[in-house]
Ligand binder design. Sequence first.
Ligand code: ADP
Ligand code: MG
Length: 506
Amino acid sequence: MLELRAITKRFGEVLANDHIDIKVEPGTIHAIVGENGAGKSTAMRIAYGFYTADSGEILVDGEPRQIQTPHDAIRLGIGMVHQHFMLVDTMTVAENIVLGAEPGSAAAIDLAKASEEIRALSNEFRLSVDPHALVHDLSVGQQQRVELLKALYRHARLLILDEPTAVLTPQEVEEFFAILRRMREQGKTVIIITHKLSEVLAISDDVTVMRDGRVVGRVKTAETGAAELARMMVGRDVLLRVEKPDAKPGETVLSVQRLSVSVAGGERGLRDVSFEVRAGEIVGVAGVEGNGQTELIEALAGLVPPARAGGEVLFRGRDITKANARDRYEMGIAHVPEDRHRRGLLLDFDLSENSILGLHYRKPAVSAGPLLDLRGIRARAQEIIRDFDVRPANPDLPARALSGGNQQKLIIGREFGLNPKLLLISQPTRGVDIGAIEFIHRKLVELRDEGCAILLVSAELEEVTSLADRLLVIYHGRIVGEVDPKRATQEEIGLLMTGGGKANAE
Ligand code: ADP
Ligand code: MG
């Protein structure tokens, strides 16, 4: 169906694609995997005519083809769904789909006829999208299906999907994969870019692995496994499962009693949450995003105005309900925030400066008298860069110049280095490559074993279940259950996460 031959593409100094060969058989689901920056999106954007290659050849149906623009690609039956949707909020599904697809003026388009066609396509692939709905009213998962419909409406035979599951909840991923399988049954060909190995194994027939701009492996999914794929992606063996001894919890470090947080608009927020975290244990919080996790962590970090919070927070027996963020930080409460751009870093400041954010008033580590100890700060930054493998290893670069994964390693290095008594950590490995995920997980367990109390929030169910010693499930702002992460099945936890379980919190 599609073949890239020796495709090469440079962006300035960066060789994004270096003689890439990819061959996609018709009627299959083909996964392209690799770490961030491996060149996956570039290769597929070339196939879609979004970029033109510096050299190399593209074949469609075995014939060499010129694909200079997306228009050329669409004419050849190639559609692409980008990571960021390109829909107009204020228009209906049908209007969005027809927009740009029909020749002639907008007035001349027969929307009623188009809507019928869209409904038929939606039924054929069981997308359950209403052509008359406003895009504004659709969930992210539904918007993604509109993007699929858009490609199908333009008669795409090959659909290229760039990290389609990044925006979906675990339940939505299941439904989405069912749709992809139906497409394959109907003879469509699908290319899916992902860096999640479990997804590759669940959905694909063939896999192309990329690393550093090159293709480093081509395998049949049935003949490979997660360990082999990870090795090819990273270029070395990767420990995929967290190996940790049982926790030896000590005294209670954090005690949360009937904590509530109100949010503008009323409904969600956090309601009457009570739990404890002890020294030397990791307490995980599982839940679909937006169920109160953000409010919980921010309230504990002291970032919620007291007027919006109710209940009590005790830290090592002391009531800190009214303490502000800086006081809590100085007491030994570290915070790795979910939104690293808004809360974790100053993007225009260099790595040295970022390595002491929040600590600059501390003595003697960084502050020598009234002046900052610049040499000490630089040395501290270099230590973090070395210990946490931050790349590029240059303390003078602005934080903005780092990939998301490396920014995260810098924040984690800074916070872990405080020897905190309590760590509040959200989405520790979001956007982080699998090699670095292994590293971060190992560091978390080390910190636990040094006696730190850890409260871990993650939308990745696998991550919380494998790291947590105890697991709380949050739903609609309440803790709806506590499970033993070693025993509970994904289904049980998934049911609690979606409000299906028995509410047995108190
Ligand atoms: P992946 O999708 O595997 O994460 P990409 O194809 O997006 O990787 O990127 C490959 C490399 O090319 C990266 O180093 C990236 O920074 C660089 N790159 C991608 N697109 C551009 C662009 N438009 N301009 C400059 N550099 C780019
Ligand atoms: Mg990409």
